[in-house]
Design a protein around this ligand. Structure first.
Ligand code: C5P
Length: 222
């Protein structure tokens, strides 16, 4: 029996993470935050002193990632890397930058592929990333490409980081997001783009509830 996969892709700050979590909760499905795996690979490299141009060692790190995804009693995430709590560290912009660098390496992407596919378990999966619908789960039941204007994405990311106690200027964040979008869109391996059969959803000006409900409506059409 095949397990339904809901693939949600899109650029940084489009709200994928929040929407994917809400949709997974509403459906009682598993959740894959694929960006976290790239962030963890970058963080692991930094901690172990592996350079970002050492592709073979990076791929090995990605393959051997010792990670545990937990949640706190209030439902918020808790992430462990080598038994160290890295919940806050992986969300820093510098880690996002590192993630987008290691994510452009083919062997790193291959090393993470099977781990990502391992999340496809009953009763279903909501997978959030850049290439969920195009590469990792090409036969996903529902594919969504979530976007929002660049200004809104920077504002949202700014608020998200502030709420976590991470201080960063809006201007610096806008620049980072622009750089990351460019790198993610222009890279030769698994570039960020909507799958041919993806439904595009522009969340600018829409509430989290409205976007979540639209996605749930599309799932209900299955
Ligand atoms: O989504 P998040 O901001 O956590 O992703 C961090 C980086 O990881 C992205 O900028 C992108 O370069 C990379 N990524 C990717 N493919 C995915 C998820 C994330 O290349 N499926």
């Amino acid at each position: 029996m095949s397990v339904p996969v809901i693939a949600i892709d899109g650029p940084s700050g489009s709200g994928k993470g929040t929407i994917a979590r809400r949709v997974a909760e509403a459906l009682g499905y598993h959740l894959l935050d694929s960006g976290a795996l790239y962030r963890l690979t970058a963080l692991s490299a930094r901690k172990q002193g592996v350079q970002f141009d050492d592709e073979a060692s990076l791929a090995e790190l990605a393959r051997a990632l010792d990670v545990r995804f937990d949640s706190n009693s209030d439902g918020s995430e808790r992430i462990w890397l080598d038994n160290e709590d890295v919940t806050l560290e992986i969300r820093r912009e510098s880690t996002g930058e590192g993630a987008s660098m290691v994510a452009s390496i083919q062997s790193v992407r291959e090393a993470l592929l099977e781990r990502q596919r391992g999340f496809e378990q009953a009763p279903g999966l909501v997978a959030d990333g850049r290439d969920m619908g195009t590469h990792v789960f090409p036969s996903a039941a529902v594919k969504i490409f979530l976007t929002a204007s660049a200004e809104e994405r920077a504002r949202r990311r700014h608020k998200q980081l502030k709420d976590k106690g991470i201080d960063v200027s809006l201007a610096a964040l806008s620049r980072d997001i622009e750089d990351r979008d460019r790198r993610d869109t222009e890279r030769s391996v698994a570039p960020l783009r909507p799958a041919e059969d993806a439904r595009i959803l522009d969340s600018s000006g829409l509430s989290i509830e409205a976007v979540t409900n639209t996605v749930l409506d599309w799932v209900a059409e299955l």
